[in-house]
Design a protein around this ligand. Structure first.
Ligand SMILES: NC(=O)C1=CN([C@@H]2O[C@H](COP(=O)(O)OP(=O)(O)OC[C@H]3O[C@@H](n4cnc5c(N)ncnc54)[C@H](OP(=O)(O)O)[C@@H]3O)[C@@H](O)[C@H]2O)C=CC1
Ligand SMILES: N[C@@H](CC=O)C(=O)O
Ligand code: NA
Length: 431
């Protein structure tokens, strides 16, 4: 008898998954053991890119998670509710879960994994981070003996696609966002992509695995890409950088048991010679540093139907394999064993380089005054460039050496109050 799937959602990811499962030739033979038993959607009237028997497609998702014949629930509907309640109900009913829903896991992970451990079922989430890139299983298994120092990722396909096209083609933000939506990369509400919230969900999940503890989503600092302008992209280019939305989790003191970590998402100037600088379009990459392994980078398509279906289906396959060889004890490398919360360092304590662009009145000595404010706070400058004019205003760009963020912000506030300063249109961190 086949392993019966109840799939919740038949949009971009659900459709890609059904297509993959229906076309088993040349793939792993265990796929033959899987039966697409029920698929839950919102509307039965929509035209679908896959053909399913009438008896399979239904709108009563509660009935699917309560159906005793269903072995695995594949939650690819997205959103917080009813996704969370359906997952919890399915777990209570003894079903394993595969989900692509980082928003639910990053917010309700504690509740979901606690219930799953109690019920003796697995919650698999490879598709939730990095789309098609295997990163969850590598962190849980292949890299788990390492002491991780940092996880730095481009983990949102939509914003990487937007920034790449803005950089390479000088395209306009809203036109490119519309393309990303048409291609099925963006979330139902693309605000989650553009504001960095999707990347924050993902880095919370990665940090939890890398640093072996729970993360409160509200502790993840988050800035999106709306304020990244063509001007900054052009200055970054001249200075030898590209701008990427990075999601970063790193220890701030040498690794120890439960070390304080910094977890954040923000647009970042990445040196052109860094491996993450060349990750373009919808691709994602996760750059991991650990001891003893050194540096590892996982790269691939971060969104889209086929790529995400690859991760969803591999999770299903892992569960099918477990069900076939079922032992009484859960496999600790597949389950979640976190009990404590990670300590998160406040942003003011972060040590990083900064890029800042100032619009100044064209008065003599402005650069000196900016330098003095920075110097008073112990902020040393790596480069200062005055290249352009915007109307009557001169444009000055600085890049600092490593500095404590709190000191940099104080200096910036002092600079802002100088009569010669018109405005500070952008402040970005530098990797
Ligand atoms: N798109 C991507 O590239 C990736 C997406 N993800 C994640 O995968 C999940 C799904 O994304 P995606 O496929 O793009 O989303 P879509 O919006 O394309 O599809 C959502 C599907 O779920 C169904 N659905 C949603 N809400 C309900 C409801 N309340 N009751 C019944 N059915 C419902 C919809 O039904 P109907 O068709 O009838 O409207 C639709 O079939 C999300 O969590 C997303 O974050 C993860 C990695 C990549
Ligand atoms: N909207 C997300 C989809 C994958 O998680 C993205 O653009 O990365
Ligand atoms: Na993945």
């Amino acid at each position: 008898m086949g392993v019966k799937l109840g799939i919740l959602g038949l949009g971009t990811v659900g459709t890609g998954t059904v297509q993959l499962l229906q076309d088993g030739t040349g793939r792993h033979p265990l796929l033959q053991e899987i039966e697409i038993y029920k698929v839950g959607v919102r509307s039965l009237d929509k035209s679908r890119a896959v053909t399913l028997p009438k008896s399979v497609l239904m709108t009563d998702l509660d009935a699917i998670v309560n159906d005793p014949k269903v072995d695995i629930i594949v939650e690819v509907m997205g959103g917080l509710e009813p996704a969370r309640s359906l997952i919890l109900k399915a777990i209570e009913n003894g079903k394993h879960i595969v989900t692509a829903n980082k928003a639910v896991i990053s917010r309700f992970g504690e509740e979901i994994f606690t219930s799953a451990n109690k019920a003796g079922v697995y919650v698999m989430l490879e598709a939730a981070v990095g789309g098609g890139i295997p990163v969850i299983q590598p962190l849980k298994q292949s890299l788990s003996v390492n002491r991780i120092q940092s996880v730095t990722g481009i983990v949102n396909g939509t914003t990487n696609y937007i920034l790449t096209r803005m950089q390479l083609e000088g395209s306009n933000f809203s036109d490119v966002l519309a393309d990303a939506q048409k291609l099925g990369y963006a979330e139902a509400d693309p605000t989650a992509d553009v504001e960095g919230l999707d990347a924050a969900d993902k880095i919370a999940i990665l940090a939890s695995l890398a640093f072996d503890g729970r993360i409160k989503l509200e502790d993840v600092y988050c800035e999106g890409i709306r304020q990244v302008s063509k001007t900054d992209i052009a200055y970054a280019e001249k200075l030898g950088f590209v701008i990427k939305l990075l999601a970063i989790a790193q220890t701030v003191i040498p690794p120890s048991s439960n070390p304080p970590i910094s977890v954040r998402v923000h647009p970042t100037l990445v040196p052109k010679n860094h491996p993450l600088a060349s990750i373009n379009g919808v691709n994602n990459a996760i750059f991991i540093e650990g001891e003893p392994i050194g540096q590892v980078m996982l790269f691939g398509p971060g969104a889209g139907a086929g790529a995400t279906a690859s991760s969803v289906s591999s999770d299903i396959l892992n569960l099918v394999a477990s069900l076939k060889t079922s032992t009484a004890l859960p496999n600790p490398l597949l389950g979640c064993r976190h009990q404590h919360y990670c300590q998160i360092t406040p942003m003011a304590e972060l040590v990083t380089r900064f890029y800042a662009r100032f619009l100044t009145r064209d008065q003599s000595g402005v650069i000196g005054k900016i330098g003095t404010c920075f110097g008073d706070r112990g902020v040393s400058l790596e480069s200062v460039v005055q290249t352009g004019f915007q109307g009557e205003l001169a444009e000055i760009v600085v890049v600092t050496h490593d500095v404590r963020e709190g000191d940099f912000r104080q200096a910036l506030a002092e600079i802002h109050s100088l009569p010669a300063i018109d405005s500070i249109p952008s402040v970005l961190r530098v990797l």
